[in-house]
Design a protein around this ligand. Sequence first.
Ligand code: ZN
Length: 163
Amino acid sequence: MDYTLPQFLAHAIALEREAAERYHELADMMEAHRNDEVSALFRDMVRYSQLHHDSIVERAANTALPAIGPWEYCWRTPPEAGGDEAFDYTINAYDALRYARENELRAMQYYAGAGQSSTDPEVKRLAAEFAAEETEHVEAIEDWLARTERPAAPWAADPHRGT
Ligand code: ZN
């Protein structure tokens, strides 16, 4: 899609708003598990998404933004939640992080793709900047994943754990 600047800004605002909401849920979930460290990570992510959202809204202050309908980007529900059910509050830190990473990757790919397909130089510039930001989020989550114990999954043999 060859985004115009208003279209791109409208989508970016929606994307960041959704990320903030999902991270808020994930943070609450980790708090319920008394995993304060991962909860704090997700609270940081809420803050980054909100700051980003606010700065895009500011950037768009003099732009008439189009209404956007449902689109290809929205956070996928974690596999254990199943369908359109609400978040499963039993999700563990490892799966929560993996889930967040997958959605961050999709955000990064979304921005990168939008920048590549747009012919508007300002869209290209902003999209590259936003994609770089998402890449940092992916890396932050991967750092945490590397330090987080993978839960035992008796139904699936894990070659890295031995049985
Ligand atoms: Zn992000």
